[in-house]
Ligand binder design. Structure first.
Ligand code: G3P
Length: 221
């Protein structure tokens, strides 16, 4: 399964918890079936297994800890995420930062258990540094735009351009991505895909929103 063009992070939003997590994931699956545009979802750890069992699209953990299974109370291990049905994991999200040695260890364990890894970075330089660890993709998100509804591709196109220039391999961009136009612009600037959250997770009609985003990707395929 190829890395999806759109990844929706459910964060810990109430609107994307439990039953709603399933509903949004199913909406993403419907849109994938209707458009052919691959969409991944990243539910909370407590919803991971249910979501992975309910849909056939790539399901990501939002984070995994750099530990093997064992005496690690409160941890989400790469082994457990894979066992729950995850296809991949995000790592080092702005809201769940890790030290570089922890990223390296989590990445290597995730690989051991067959998870794809998208490492997040707050700017192109950090993105370049983490790309040296060999993840499947890097996602660059300027933290100050996260949750604002003001897209990185509109407010800081230079961040997208620079990321694509300095990072080898697949680059996602995110922060404030909310419309088809934001997606189109991100891809035009050279990104492989987008990582977004609130525009879908908090939407009253996630399916229409996802359709709008997927249709923007279609103009590139
Ligand atoms: O992981 C995606 C995220 O940090 C961006 O959030 O709400 O600006 O799309 P949002």
């Amino acid at each position: 399964m190829e890395l999806p063009r759109i990844i929706v992070n459910f964060k810990a939003y109430r609107e994307a918890t439990g039953e709603r997590a399933i509903e949004i994931a199913k909406a993403a699956e419907d849109v994938w079936k209707e458009t052919g545009v691959s969409i991944g979802v990243a539910p909370q750890a407590v919803d991971l297994r249910r979501v992975a069992e309910a849909v056939e699209i790539p399901v990501f953990a939002q984070h995994v800890d750099p530990y093997e299974p064992g005496a690690r109370t409160g941890s989400v291990t790469p082994y457990a995420a894979r066992d729950a049905g995850a296809y991949g994991t995000l790592l080092n999200h702005s809201e769940r930062r890790l030290r570089i040695d922890q990223i390296e260890m989590a990445l290597s364990l995730a690989r051991r258990y067959g998870l794809k890894v998208v490492v997040c970075a707050n700017d192109p330089i950090v993105g370049r540094a983490v790309s040296e660890l060999g993840p499947d993709a890097v996602a660059v998100e300027p933290p100050e735009l996260i949750g604002t509804g003001i897209s990185v591709s509109k407010a800081k196109p230079e961040v997208v351009l620079r990321s694509v220039e300095v990072i080898e391999g697949i680059v996602y961009v995110g922060a404030g991505v909310s419309t088809g136009e934001d997606v189109r612009r991100s891809l035009e600037l050279g990104a492989y895909g987008v990582l977004l959250a609130s525009a879908v997770a908090k939407s009253e009609d996630p399916k229409s929103k996802l359709l709008e985003l997927a249709e923007a990707v279609l103009t590139f395929e």
